[in-house]
Design a protein around this ligand. Structure first.
Ligand code: PLP
Length: 487
């Protein structure tokens, strides 16, 4: 009943209830969020803005780990979903030919082209990667997979076996010997690995999300040729880079003659609302997997063409076109880059700016001046993850801007905001970033006080083993904060 629906939501958004997260969901994450001052309770979201339960507005440059490409609560997506719910249309019938799924698939294949005429829908990026692994084995009759070091393809067992980030693998091995790695951007290594003749698929992100590592010119096109030469399928994981993130529908659209056998999408396709993913595949792969009537659903999952997911995807594609989001990503990304390059001239901690559309990594490096160099070395001797947290924490605390580090042990600040980001919002970040970075260029000085506190906490780093009933609260002035927020 409508009244019940309203009261359910009201109770869920209260701060006290949010405190129960630590009791029943994940106390370790709850503690980490509290230490870095990210333990807010958000009650409203629109575009790139979030509002907490005290009415404070925040600029969100994490974008739900790159899911909010169209911006949060976009009216077109919201209206489509509301309309679908009000229409009493069926969902999860299973034994039906879903018109909505057909429409989304047509939209995707039309935009991607490259002979990838079929779409297998999933509920997440990980599920898409898992599907590709099965499809590749089935098509090639080969056992092995190759991925790039430093890559991220998800955390389920198969995807994790190809996850090139050690921090995620720890404690979950052993991993099969059929999952192997080559360095990113290393074509001779790829050639050597594939020449063994047992590799079903090379799975690769066009831009590595961890670290925002860009492909060398020509790498992706040549990698796809190497795969073809050795009979290995080329799986391009565009879960993070797809749906306009880098300034084109796919990141490989800017990379010349790349011929993937499968492309994985998810995140941005959701409209920021409903989990959805899609694997685009060639007819050859499709025919090998779904080869007979009794194999028509040999790979599937219960929710994979759910009505809400399909509606969200359809509306998202519409907004993508109507608002020319790829162009905006290119324009605003370029604007941010110019601003960051101007800052780089004055800020010796900025080593490199890696940017494609609105996927941006700002790498920090050892400064030149002697005192700063010593301070940098000391911080890194204590813990590799600290320095960037000394940027993300004050950006949040003093400027109410959400940003994240780009992975364990990397001095990279990462931005993946909504693709509808405005010039004013980009300038707000640039100004805040300068204000946060400037004090770190004086040692000793106020910028380093936070680092000292972070370092102290790094030394006695621990994870809570008991639950806490404490509601979320901001870090106290004398409480050190540390975590390696990832994405
Ligand atoms: N592939 C890439 C490139 C990703 O960035 C991610 C998630 O961050 C995944 C796969 C896994 O997607 P999901 O979290 O939707 O399962």
């Amino acid at each position: 009943m409508p009244t019940e629906g309203r009261s359910t939501l009201t109770s869920l958004t209260s701060t006290t209830r949010a405190g129960q997260f630590c009791d029943h969901v994940n106390p370790v994450w709850g503690k980490a969020l509290r230490l870095i001052g990210f333990d807010k309770t958000y009650v409203r979201a629109l575009g790139s803005s979030l509002w907490d339960d005290e009415g404070r507005e925040y600029l969100d440059l994490i974008g739900g780990y790159a899911t909010t490409n169209v911006g949060r609560n976009h009216p077109v997506v919201r209206e489509a979903l509301t309309e679908f719910l009000a229409s009493e249309a069926p969902s999860m019938v299973q034994f039906e030919r879903s018109a909505l799924a057909g429409e989304v698939a047509k939209g995707l294949t039309g935009r991607v082209g490259r002979g990838l005429g079929k779409v297998f829908f999933t509920n997440s990026g990980t599920e898409g990667v898992e599907a590709c692994l099965k499809f590749a084995r089935c098509t090639t009759k080969r056992p092995a997979f190759v991925a790039a070091r430093g890559g991220f393809h998800g955390l389920s067992t198969g995807a994790l076996s190809l996850n090139g980030c050690e921090s995620f693998r720890e404690g979950f091995g052993p991993f099969p010997e059929t999952s192997r790695f080559v360095p990113f951007n290393d074509l001779p290594a790829l050639e050597r690995e594939l020449s063994s003749g047992d590799v079903a698929a090379f799975v690769l992100e066009p831009i590595q999300g961890k670290g925002v590592n860009l492909p060398a010119p020509g790498y992706l096109a040549e990698a796809s040729r190497v795969c073809r030469r050795h009979g290995t399928l080329f799986v391009v994981d565009e879960v993070q880079t797809g749906i306009g993130r880098t300034g084109s529908f796919l990141a490989i659209d800017q990379e010349g003659e790349v011929e993937p056998d499968m492309v994985v999408l998810s995140k941005g396709l959701s409209g920021g609302y409903v989990p959805v993913g899609a694997v685009l595949l060639s007819d050859r792969v499709f025919r090998a997997v779904f080869s007979r009537l009794d194999r028509a659903i040999v790979h599937s999952s219960t929710f994979h063409v759910g009505g809400l997911a399909m509606v969200a995807a359809l509306a998202t594609l519409r907004v993508f076109d109507e608002e020319r989001l790829a162009e905006n990503a290119k324009r605003i990304g370029g604007h941010l880059r110019e601003g960051l390059e101007r800052l780089q001239e004055r800020m010796e901690f900025i080593r490199e700016i890696r940017q494609r559309g609105l996927m941006i990594g700002i790498e920090f490096g050892q400064p030149k001046s002697l005192t700063l160099k010593a301070a940098w070395a000391m911080t890194h001797a204590l813990d590799d993850n600290l320095f960037t947290q000394a940027i993300t924490i004050p950006l949040m605390e003093d400027h109410r801007i959400l940003t994240q580090t780009a992975g364990h042990g990397l001095d990279v600040l990462k931005l993946t905001p909504s693709l509808a980001l405005t010039v004013a919002e980009a300038d707000r970040f640039l100004k805040a970033f300068e204000a946060v970075l400037q004090p770190l260029h004086r040692f000793p000085g106020p910028g380093w006080d936070l680092l000292k506190r972070l370092a102290a906490n790094a030394i006695r780093r621990d994870a809570p083993t008991t639950s806490t009933t404490a509601p979320p609260c901001p870090p106290k002035a004398n409480e050190p904060g540390y975590t390696s927020l990832d994405g």
